[in-house]
Design a protein. Structure first.
Ligand code: G6P
Length: 476
């Protein structure tokens, strides 16, 4: 990796925007991953032909950089042990539960932390190698919180942004992290630190004050530069969104609409199709949703044949114990619900442990009368926005947890506290029985909101703030 070209714009994320697929005949190809970040950054990449630094998703793949669409992809290799310690361990069994209100207990292991430091350094080194003088580098998410500082140490000429896609916890929870100071020092290497919600940016600034005593004046944090001067760091909310236009386009396609009708037919044309779409993750409140739905069947408020819950739970982090346990619990519950309430011709819950292409997801959104987003904690929850974007006929009801970042914007949803099972049941019943007029009024307002802040606006606003941030120290 000596003579790499240099790029003015570099994105750094744990995963590359493509997945490696091996076809039946053994040929290797790269397939664009379905994630939202890829579409979010596509226009920016196209405008600048930047580089994207990330892991290719499999162990020990030491690949040379290669071109894909409008970006050069720069793979960062991870060994099997690093996957276990840095990715499954520190990222997804320490930080993930800690940052999501300790819904599951975080594990703290010093070996995991050491791997996290080492891998973050590798990402920083790879980024420093491909960034042109004075380039902009945008680091993404909790897996790479140390990269901004590591990068600044090597390359003070760079403008560095960081965006945290998940919540930033209140200080009382954050303080549990044995490496709480190092992580904040890592993040403060950035010029702009973006969060999903105003509350996340507030939690971060409070942690900085409590641990370092630095002066903060929202959104600015004054960080001593060690030379008697200060750098100014901006910590601010930039709620992420989706590519509304592309979802609308798919929803308009006749074959996708036909597929939606076929889904309804296959389910036996019940009056209400309820839908849940999540990664199989304990933060998503899938159990709470199943409990509320089961009780509504049990007390006769809803009847099988008349109402069905379609639950897509896409496989995720399957080697982490908390995820294995969750899968067992959910599949046991689904089995019990169907055993008790299903008939030969009708399921209570249609449970799908798969990921699906975007067209199929849109067909499901079109088929669903009620969308259930009951996360116990979620940075944003783009599924809520996707459902809204697809309702071209301004019908359909969104039941949305107040603990998802999306609730800050989507106030016309039926907002719920998923821990309150009675409240959740009431909201589900209200959604099922909601008169057409109210459905339309709410959905119209929701659609306006989602269209106003789409993902192009998100990236443009962040990058604009970054461009105007003064990344030089005020020391003379
Ligand atoms: C969340 C995180 C992302 C992550 C995604 C999928 O959305 O914010 O950083 O990529 O989950 O998780 P995975 O562990 O499969 O990358």
């Amino acid at each position: 990796m000596t003579d790499l070209p240099h790029y003015d714009f570099v994105v750094v994320s744990n995963r590359l925007p493509v997945d490696r697929v091996i076809d039946a005949d053994g040929t290797e190809r790269w397939q664009r991953s379905p994630g939202g970040l890829v579409t979010a950054l596509e226009p920016v990449m196209r405008a600048s032909h930047g580089a994207w630094v990330g892991w290719a998703g499999q162990p020990d793949l030491d690949l040379a950089p290669f071109d894909s669409d409008d970006a050069t992809l720069v793979p960062v290799p991870l060994s099997p042990l690093e996957i276990e310690y840095y990715y499954e361990g520190f990222s997804n069994d320490t930080l993930w539960p800690l940052y999501h209100d300790v819904i599951a207990s975080p594990s703290f292991h010093r070996e995991w932390w050491e791997a996290y430091v080492e891998v973050n350094q590798r990402f920083a080194d790879a980024s420093a190698r491909v960034a042109a003088p004075g380039a902009t580098v945008w680091v993404q998410d909790y897996q790479l919180q140390l990269v901004p500082r590591m990068l600044r140490e090597q390359r003070p000429d760079l403008t560095i942004g960081f965006f945290n896609h998940i919540p930033f916890p209140p200080y009382g929870i954050y303080a549990q992290l044995p490496w709480r100071k190092q992580v904040i020092e890592g993040l403060l290497g950035a010029d702009v630190i973006g969060f999903q919600r105003v509350a996340d940016a507030g939690n971060f600034s409070r942690a900085v004050r409590r641990l370092f005593g630095y002066a903060t004046r929202t959104p600015e944090i004054r960080v001593p530069d060690g030379l008697g001067g200060h750098r100014s760091v901006i910590a601010k909310a930039f709620p992420i969104s989706i590519d509304v236009e592309s979802f609308e386009q798919i929803a308009r396609r006749p074959e996708v609409q036909q597929r939606a009708q076929q889904i309804r037919d296959d389910l036996g044309n019940p009056s209400t199709i309820m839908l849940g779409v999540d990664r199989l993750d304990y933060t998503k409140g899938i159990r709470h949703r199943l409990k509320a739905f089961g009780e509504l069947l049990g007390d006769g408020t809803l009847a099988v044949g008349d109402a069905v819950l379609v639950q897509v739970a896409s496989p995720s982090r399957e080697r982490v114990a908390a995820y294995m346990q969750l899968r067992d619990e959910i599949e046991l519950t689904v089995g019990r619900l169907n055993g008790q309430y299903a008939t030969i011709s009708h399921s209570a819950v249609a449970y799908l442990h798969h990921g699906y292409p975007r067209e199929e997801m849109v067909a499901l959104y079109l088929a669903a009368d009620v969308m259930l987003v009951t996360a116990l904690r979620d940075g944003m929850n783009l599924v809520a926005k996707e459902y809204v974007a697809c309702q071209l006929d301004e019908d359909g009801v969104l039941v949305l947890s107040e603990f998802a970042g999306a609730a800050d914007e989507l106030k016309n949803a039926l907002l719920v506290n998923p821990h309150d099972i009675d409240g959740l049941k009431e909201a589900i019943v209200a959604a099922v029985r909601m008169p057409q007029r109210e459905r339309t009024t709410r959905m119209r307002a929701l659609r306006r909101r989602v269209r106003d802040n789409d993902v192009a606006r998100w990236s443009a606003t962040f990058l604009d703030t970054l461009r105007h941030a003064n990344h030089h120290s005020d020391a003379r």
